[in-house]
Design a protein around this ligand. Sequence first.
Ligand code: PMP
Length: 261
Amino acid sequence: MDRGYIFGDGIYEAFLIKNSKFIDFEPHMKRMKRSLDIVNITLPEFSKIEMICNDLLKLNSINSALMYVQITRGELPTREHNMPHSNTPSVIVIAYPEREQTKEWIENGISCMLAQDIRWTRRDIKSLNLLGNVMLKQKASDCGFDDVIFYEKGSLVVTEASSSNVIIIKDDKLITHPVNNYILDGITKNRTIQLAKTIGIETIEKEFIIDDLFTASSVLLTSSGYKIRLCTNIDGRPINDGKICKIGRLLFNTMEKWINE
Ligand code: PMP
C-alpha cells in the first residue's frame, strides 16, 4: 500500500498554466523541493516534472489548467511508521480545468466564516494532510459561506484560509502573517506583494488578529487556483461596508493583467 494512502506521507504542489505558460513555476518547484527535503523524500528525477506537465498539456490540447503534482514516499508491504531507508516515490501529475471566480465574487466579493485553526503546526510543509482544512471548509459551505478564515485559539491571530493566504489592507498598506511554520508561504501572496510594490504599495509582514479583519479596508485571499479573491463579509459582518476598496480592486486587476500578459 502506498504510504501516501496509509499515512498521508507525501507532499503536493498546485499551480496554474495560463495561455500555455507556467505561472510562477520556479517558486512552486522550489517550494516542492523544500517540502520533499523536510520530509526526507528523495526524487532523483525531479527535473522531469516540468517535461511531464508540458506533455500533459499537449496531449490534452489545453492551454490553461490547474496542475496538481503529488509525490508520496511510495509503496511498502507493511504498515510500519518508520521511514524506509530506500524507497521509490510515487508521482502523479493531473491537469484539472482552471477554476474561475464567479462574476458575483469578482464584483461583490466573497463571504467567509471564522474558525479556530485546528491544524498541525507544520503548515509550511505542503503535506497531503488536509483534513483540518477540509472539515472547516465543509462547515463553512454548510453554513452558506464561500470560505473559512482560521485564527489561533487564545491569541486570535489570523493564520490563513482553507486554501489561501490572507492579506488585509489598512492605511493603504498590505499586512500579512510573517513567514513561519504557522502558514504556508504562498506563491500568490508573494506575487501579490511584489506586484503591490511595483505600484507603490508597501507590505508589512506581521501578525494581525480577528479585530483587524473588521477594521480593514479590504481582506484578500490569495491562492494559485483563484489568484486574488476579495472578501467583503466575515461571519455575516460587512468589511468596509461590504465594498471593495480602491487598492483591493487595483491589486485584483494588476494580478489579472500580469497573468494574462
Ligand atoms: N495556504 C494554504 C493552506 C493553501 O492550501 C494554499 C494553496 N495551496 C495557500 C495558502 C496559497 O498558496 P499558493 O499561493 O502558493 O497557492
